[in-house]
Unconditional design. Sequence first.
Length: 179
Amino acid sequence: MGKREVKAVFLDRDGVLNKVSIRDGKACSPRSREEFVLSDGAPVAVAALRNAGFKVLVVTNQPDIARGELAQADLDWMTEKLLSDTNVDEVLVCPHDDHHACSCRKPHPGMLMESAKKWDIVLSQSYVVGDGWKDMGAGKRAGCSCILIDTEYNRGVSADGHVSCLLDAVKHILSKEGM
C-alpha cells in the first residue's frame, strides 16, 4: 500500500490569523498579549480546511524576538492562544532577523520544507496563504500555490490568487479542490 498524500495549507500568522498592529503608519506584528487579536472568522476558516482533509500549519517570521522587542513569554502565549482558539495542527516560528541569514526566515522555504518532512506533505498540492511578498516567495520556492490576502500595505505583490480575507482564501482553495 502506498504512502498517503497529505495536502496542507500554510498560513501566515500576522495579517492572516490575527490582526496586525499599526505603528508609525506601518503594519507590524503584535508585541503584547493585548495587541494579539484573532482575525474575524479565523477559527471557522481553520475548521473548514481541516474538515476538508488539509493539515493546517502556521509559518511565521517573528524578528521582534531577535530585536528584543517581543518577550519570548508573550510569543509563547500568542502561540498557545492560536493553537487553542483555532485548532491549527502546528505553529512554526522563525525568531531570526534578516542578518541571521537563516533558511527558516521567509521568503526562504525552510519552515515549509521542515513541515513537509514531518507531516509527509506534498508541497505541489499545498497552499500558502499570506499577506506579504515574503509569504508568496516562500510558497513559490517550495512549489505551493500562493494566495495573497490583499491589503493597503501589499499592493503589487504577485500571487496565484488574490482574496480579501482568510474566509475568502478558504473558499478559493476549496473551489480549486472541487469541494
